[in-house]
Design a binder for this molecule. Structure first.
Ligand SMILES: Cc1cc2nc3c(=O)[nH]c(=O)nc-3n(C[C@H](O)[C@H](O)[C@H](O)COP(=O)(O)O)c2cc1C
Length: 188
């Protein structure tokens, strides 16, 4: 089982990292983490190259990420909430996945293989209505294009007051979700 993680936090030991670590602790198989802040992926320029060609016209680190998406059995997004959405470097990676959307308009193109997905989000503010709504829409829309079925999500509020490392309930949920993914993989 191959798991590809898109990690969107700027902080090395922040809440998102702690949540992700707890999730990954018991996950089986090969795990590859793409740190959005380190990967220096340029934003999409809507040049429409991908309307007729596989891949992308911009030759940067995204080129090595495309095959990882192709091969992955699981796609995980782990991110903080920034102004209701997700941090810009992670959004750049998502927009560069436009080539998967446009595979629909390229003749004779095969779909990506079916995958499972997980969303892990941290918001610093105390819980409020729609705290995660915008990020949820963005991430679910890319997960659909990547042909994934959502296996579960963990959205944590109030991380500025109660860090994930001290939130036993959340840590437990992260472990449970990874065990669920392991089970899915053994079922095939
Ligand atoms: C630019 C910026 C915008 C933010 N906007 C929100 C927000 O809209 N809602 C929210 O709940 N928290 C917001 N936060 C707080 C972060 O989501 C919170 O601190 C989170 O734990 C950061 O993740 P990290 O610990 O992995 O770095 C914002 C933080 C920053 C830096």
């Amino acid at each position: 089982m191959k798991t590809l993680v898109f990690f969107g936090s700027a902080r090395k030991q922040g809440n998102t990292k702690n949540l992700l670590n707890k999730f990954l602790e018991q996950l089986n198989g090969e795990i590859k983490v793409i740190n959005a802040y380190k990967s220096k992926v340029e934003p999409c320029i809507d040049c429409r190259y991908c309307w007729e060609n596989q891949g992308c016209s911009i030759k940067d680190n995204m080129q090595s990420i495309y095959p990882l998406i192709d091969e992955a059995d699981n796609i995980i997004f782990a991110s903080p909430i920034y102004f209701s959405g997700i941090p810009a470097p992670l959004k750049a990676i998502i927009d560069r996945c436009q080539t998967f959307w446009s595979s629909k308009v390229r003749p004779g193109e095969e779909k990506l293989k079916k995958k499972k997905s997980v969303l892990l989000l941290c918001g610093g503010a105390p819980s409020f209505n729609k705290q995660f709504a915008a990020a949820d829409i963005i991430l679910k829309s890319i997960l659909k294009e990547l042909n994934t079925e959502l296996a579960g999500h963990i959205y944590v509020s109030n991380t500025d007051q109660v860090p994930v490392s001290k939130n036993k309930e959340v840590v437990e949920k992260a472990k449970e979700l990874s065990l669920k993914i392991n089970k899915c993989s053994t079922k095939g």
